[in-house]
Design a protein around this ligand. Structure first.
Ligand SMILES: Nc1ncnc2c1ncn2[C@@H]1O[C@H](COP(=O)(O)OP(=O)(O)OP(=O)(O)O)[C@@H](O)[C@H]1O
Ligand SMILES: [Mg+2]
Length: 312
């Protein structure tokens, strides 16, 4: 069963065309990763899916409901009334790069907030669910802690628990590990892998190539607002048909190997890739954007990593 269908989605910010006719379909239980260079529109696409951004034209169908329908003649995206959209989008859980926890609330309060206020759940019931989820993400002992008392990896695991507390049918992850110190990435990926083993439908924007390769049923490569290629992990990572994908993968691999990496503003680049290669990826300043890049050994074990994406 198809749980998300996106057709011919276009979005511009002023004169900048960020999404140029995206098509995407996600089946129930499927894990779809979206990779591609910085600025290619990955976050904007995710944000359009759960109505954090308004698309200009095209259709977005979630769980069989058109939250936006392309107008018959103009193609403009015509949206459902907000209340109905909220109800449909509550089936989507989102996890952000920078956690977005409420800083003045404890871990437990962060998790029970939405079930109580959005779903009208009683506090006791919400607490039972929250404690279950904290066990699941390995943070039972942290329920009274505040976000400032947690490591990045712990914050992100709380953020995942918070999204799961709304019992979403689909989880959207936007670079969930790119703000983390390298040694904390594994614990977050492990939680996502556990969700995968439970057949949660997931759309994951990531720069962790080995993780994407291992976990995904399907991989989309986005470049300059279009889906340049789509296929099995093998199609994309082993036999990429497009030279642009190979260039991108080379940059990621080189950057990981050299350990050269972005500064905390997220704009620096790397002694690992040449400005020419970055230029080929459509980055006018020859920068590929800052993020944590990891290199894994054959076993999937992390072998070398450096750098940080500049989070809270
Ligand atoms: N709210 C906004 N207003 C104006 N421009 C925006 C806005 N959000 C994104 N953009 C621009 O849209 C383009 C795509 O951004 P987006 O964040 O979707 O890229 P991305 O593929 O997620 O990149 P990254 O890998 O760096 O996260 C970029 O050029 C960005 O500067
Ligand atoms: Mg992004």
């Amino acid at each position: 069963m198809e749980v998300i269908r996106i057709e011919n989605l276009c979005k511009r910010f002023g004169r900048l065309e960020v999404l140029k006719g995206i098509n995407l379909s996600v089946e129930q239980g499927e894990i779809v990763s979206i990779i591609g260079p910085s600025g290619s529109g990955k976050s904007t696409l995710l944000r359009c899916m759960n109505h954090l951004e308004i698309a200009d034209s095209g259709s977005i169908v979630v769980d069989g409901t058109h939250i936006a329908r392309a107008h018959e003649t103009t193609g403009r995206a015509v949206y459902l009334p907000n209340k109905e959209i909220l109800s449909v989008c509550s089936r989507l859980g989102m996890v952000f790069q920078n956690f977005n926890l409420f800083p003045h609330k404890s871990v437990l309060e962060n998790i029970i907030e939405a079930p109580m206020t959005v779903k009208g759940m009683k506090r006791e019931e919400a607490c039972v669910i929250a404690r279950d989820l904290l066990r699941k993400v390995g943070l039972s002992q942290k329920e009274t802690a505040y976000p400032f008392e947690l490591s990045g990896g712990q914050k992100q695991r709380v953020a995942i628990a918070r999204a799961l507390a709304m019992e979403p049918e689909i989880m959207l992850f936007d670079e969930p590990t790119s703000a983390l110190d390298p040694e904390l990435i594994g614990e977050v990926l492990q939680v996502i892998k556990q969700l995968a083993s439970e057949h949660m439908t997931m759309v994951i924007v990531t720069h962790e190539m080995n993780f994407a390769r291992e976990i995904s049923d399907r991989v989309l490569f986005m470049d300059q607002g279009v889906v340049l290629a789509e296929g099995s992990p093998e199609d994309i990572f082993v036999n990429p048909k497009h030279s642009r994908i190979q260039t991108f993968l080379n940059i990621v691999a080189k950057t990981g190997e050299s350990g050269g990496l972005a500064d905390s503003s997220g704009s620096g680049f790397t002694d690992g890739a040449t400005a020419g290669e970055a230029g080929q990826l459509g980055m006018p300043d020859g920068k590929a954007g800052g993020r944590t890049l990891l290199k894994y050994g054959r076993s999937g074990e992390k072998t070398d990593a450096r750098g940080k994406g500049g989070a809270e």
